[in-house]
Design a protein around this ligand. Structure first.
Ligand code: ATP
Ligand code: MG
Length: 400
C-alpha cells in the first residue's frame, strides 16, 4: 500500500539502470488490485470535493514519460471521478513561435491552478530538460551574451526548483510523476499500435525517431529526477510496464497528496450557523405543516440555535459524512464485483461511478434469487478466467 519506495525527495539517488519497470510491488495480478484501486478513487473523489470547498491550496500533478508509457490512460482512469469544475488538464506540445520567444517557464503561468483546483500537466517545463536537452534546442535561441556563456540546462534545473519552491510558498503544491516504461515494452506497444487499425492514429514517425535517442533520454530522466526532487515537490518514478499497476500506484500518489493537504469543509462561525437556522425556520414556515415533514432524527440542537456551539454542528455533519462514506464504499465494492461479473475490466472509472449510481435503483427491485455476493460457481469461474486472460495479454488497449 506504500508509495515511499517510489518517491524521490532529494535525499536518495535515482539510478535508472537499476529500476525495474515491470515491478508490481508484490501484487501478483490485475484482479488483486481492483478493490484497492476503487477504494482509492472514491477517496480521491471525496478529498477533491473538500479541496474545492476549502480553497486553501492548489495542486499540480505533472506527468512525464517516454511515448507509449500510458500517460493518457493513467490520467483518464485516475482523474475521471473528479468533478470537472475543479480540475483541468493541460497538454504541452512543441512550443509555438510566440512561446519560444519567451523564457521557458512563461507558458505555464496561465495553467497554474487557483487555490482549491487541480491542474494536470500532461508534459510540462520538464520537456525543456528532456527533449530540450537531448536535442540541445536552446542553441537555436537568440539570447543575450550572458546566456550564451551559461550552462543552460544546469541553470534550468535550478530555475525549476526555485519556481516550484516559489509556488509552494504561495499556495500551490507540485507533485511530479515519471511513468517509466522499458524499451522492450515500448516496442511491443508501438507494434500493437501499428497492428491495430483503430490505434494507428496514435503512431507517429516522430515517436519512432525519438526511440533512437533512448539512452540519451534515460540519462536526461535520471538527471532530471536527481536534480529537481525536493521534499516539498517530490518525483515519483512509477514502473509502467504493467498499465494496471501504474494506474494503481498513481491513484495511491494522488490520494496520499490530497491526504497530506488535508482539506476540510469550511466551518461556520456561531453567528452564521444561527442565521442559517433562522432561514431554515422561515423556509419551513413557508412550506406549512403539510409541505414539510421534519425528519425523525432532527438534530436537537436546532431547537434553540443560540445554544448550539458551531463544533456541535460540525460533529454532527462529520458523523453523517462518515456514515455516507462507508455506505458509498460498500456500494463501490458491490458494484465492481458486478462489473467484473459482466465481464468488464476497469478501463474507465466512469464505469464504476455509473454502477454505483444505479445500484440504488437496483436495490429497490425484487431481490434476485442469488445474492450479488454469492455469485454462482459458474460465474466466479468465468470472472477468474477473464481476469487471467487480461493479465496474460496485459492489454495495450487504452480506449474505453
Ligand atoms: P499523445 O501522443 O498521446 O497525443 P503526446 O504528449 O505525446 O500525447 P504529441 O503531440 O504526440 O503529444 O507530442 C508532443 C510533443 O511535444 C512531444 O514530442 C514533446 O517532446 C514535445 N514537446 C513538449 N514540450 C516541448 C518543448 N518545450 N520543446 C520541444 N518539444 C516539446
Ligand atoms: Mg505522442
Amino acid at each position: 500500500m506504500g508509495i515511499s519506495k517510489y518517491a524521490y525527495k532529494g535525499k536518495r539517488r535515482f539510478n535508472i539502470s537499476k529500476f525495474d519497470c515491470g515491478d508490481t510491488d508484490g501484487i501478483k495480478k490485475r484482479g488483486d488490485a481492483v478493490d484497492e484501486f476503487v477504494a482509492n478513487l472514491l477517496e480521491i473523489n471525496k478529498k477533491q470535493q473538500k479541496l474545492y470547498s476549502d480553497r486553501r491550496e492548489g495542486v499540480i500533478f505533472v506527468f512525464q514519460a517516454m511515448d507509449a508509457a500510458g500517460k493518457d490512460g493513467v490520467i483518464r482512469t485516475v482523474f475521471s471521478t473528479l468533478s470537472p469544475h475543479g480540475v483541468k488538464e493541460y497538454c504541452f506540445k512543441v512550443p509555438s513561435s510566440e512561446e519560444k520567444s519567451h523564457d521557458f517557464l512563461w507558458r505555464f503561468w496561465s495553467a497554474l491552478p487557483p487555490r482549491g483546483f487541480i491542474s494536470i500537466f500532461n508534459r510540462s517545463y520538464y520537456e525543456d530538460v528532456l527533449v530540450g536537452k537531448v536535442h540541445a534546442f536552446y542553441k537555436n535561441d537568440i539570447v543575450p551574451e550572458r546566456m550564451q556563456k551559461a550552462d543552460i540546462i544546469e541553470e534550468r534545473y535550478r530555475q525549476i526548483v526555485d519556481f516550484e519552491r516559489y509556488l509552494y510558498e504561495t499556495g500551490t503544491r507540485i507533485v511530479k510523476i515519471f511513468l517509466n516504461v522499458s524499451k522492450n515494452e515500448q516496442a511491443r506497444r508501438f507494434i500493437s499500435r501499428i497492428d491495430t487499425p483503430r490505434k494507428n492514429w496514435k503512431v507517429s514517425s516522430g515517436d519512432l525517431k525519438e526511440r533512437e535517442y533512448w539512452d540519451d533520454y534515460m540519462e536526461a530522466f535520471e538527471t532530471m529526477v536527481n536534480k529537481t526532487s525536493t521534499e516539498i515537490s517530490p518525483w515519483y518514478v512509477v514502473p509502467a510496464d504493467h498499465k494496471w499497476f501504474a494506474r494503481l500506484l498513481v491513484s495511491r500518489i494522488v490520494k496520499k497528496t490530497l491526504e497530506e493537504i488535508n482539506p476540510q469543509y469550511p466551518t461556520l462561525d456561531d453567528d452564521t450557523a444561527a442565521a442559517l437556522h433562522e432561514y431554515r425556520q422561515k423556509l419551513i414556515d413557508s412550506l406549512g405543516k403539510e409541505g414539510y415533514k421534519e425528519q425523525e432524527k432532527q438534530p436537537t440542537e436546532f431547537a434553540d440555535p443560540s445554544l448550539i456551539p458551531a463544533e456541535m454542528l460540525q460533529q454532527e455533519l462529520l458523523q453523517k459524512q462518515k456514515e455516507e462514506d462507508q455506505r458509498i464504499k460498500e456500494k463501490g465494492f458491490k458494484a465492481v464485483r458486478k462489473l467484473l461479473a459482466q465481464k468488464y475490466i476497469i478501463s474507465s472509472t466512469q464505469e464504476i461511478l455509473d454502477a454505483i449510481a444505479t445500484s440504488d435503483e437496483e436495490e429497490e427491485q425484487p431481490a434476485p434469487s442469488e445474492g450479488e455476493d454469492d455469485l454462482p460457481d459458474r460465474d466466479v469461474q468465468e470472472i477468474r478466467d477473464h481476469i487471467k486472460e487480461m493479465d496474460e495479454r496485459d492489454s495495450d488497449d487504452d480506449a474505453a
